[in-house]
Design a protein around this ligand. Structure first.
Ligand SMILES: Cc1cc2nc3c(=O)[nH]c(=O)nc-3n(C[C@H](O)[C@H](O)[C@H](O)COP(=O)(O)O)c2cc1C
Length: 189
């Protein structure tokens, strides 16, 4: 079991419960659940309501599309993420729709959308594990992303699995306590 960290100040139970597991239960989530997650993402705030987030996703039974996502995972992530019932490639449009100018806040907006998705997932008893460890150029090609769209992360989502089912070298990480910088360190003078 993941040790529960001690919080220095009261926070919502969704914040308390969230963490990034490696062991996922393989049971599928079903299309309605998946669409609720993306609906939550859709309603995030964004600069000028530009909504620059895009998603390519597949459930584990998603055949060729799921295989395409799995093929983009870097070594390490490929040991555990393929088992998750849902894989997502997150993408931003890096230019503004209205005039094609560079969009400095696009990634910030995508982060907010993923925060919404994560909050929704937690409320449904699901867990979200973000990954930078994937081949962005390969994803760009395999998902035919236009030049002003950028793959940002891959994300695994599902219910908690059993740490015992993980490869030995991942198990210790799964059970390690979660740590954070002290709050004071985040505040600028
Ligand atoms: C943008 C981003 C990229 C990440 N990349 C990876 C990754 O490639 N592989 C991995 O196992 N975890 C990855 N993580 C998960 C972090 O390691 C994890 O969020 C962090 O250690 C804090 O742990 P917690 O989410 O359980 O609180 C990533 C998280 C974020 C937000």
């Amino acid at each position: 079991m993941k040790p529960i960290p001690s919080f220095d100040h009261p926070v919502h139970e969704f914040i308390q419960r969230r963490w990034s597991p490696l062991a996922f239960d393989e049971a599928l989530l079903g299309r309605e659940t998946v669409l609720s997650l993306f609906e939550a993402a859709r309603w995030a705030a964004s600069a000028n309501n530009g909504q620059p987030w895009r998603f390519a996703w597949a459930e584990r039974d998603g055949g060729e599309r799921h295989a395409r996502l799995v093929s983009c995972l870097k070594p390490g992530n490929d040991l555990w993420a393929p088992k998750a019932p849902l894989l997502i490639l997150t993408v931003v449009r890096t230019t503004r729709e209205r005039d094609g100018a560079p969009h400095p806040w696009a990634r910030y907006d995508l982060g907010l959308a993923m925060g919404n998705l994560t909050c929704q997932a937690t409320s449904m008893g699901l867990y979200v594990h973000n990954m930078a460890g994937f081949e962005a150029e390969k994803a760009q090609e395999l998902f035919s992303l236009p030049p002003d769209f950028e793959a940002v992360t891959m994300v695994a989502v599902g219910r908690l699995g059993r740490p015992e089912d993980l490869p030995e070298k991942l198990r210790a990480r799964e059970e390690a306590p979660r740590t954070r910088k002290p709050l004071e360190e985040l505040f600028l003078p």
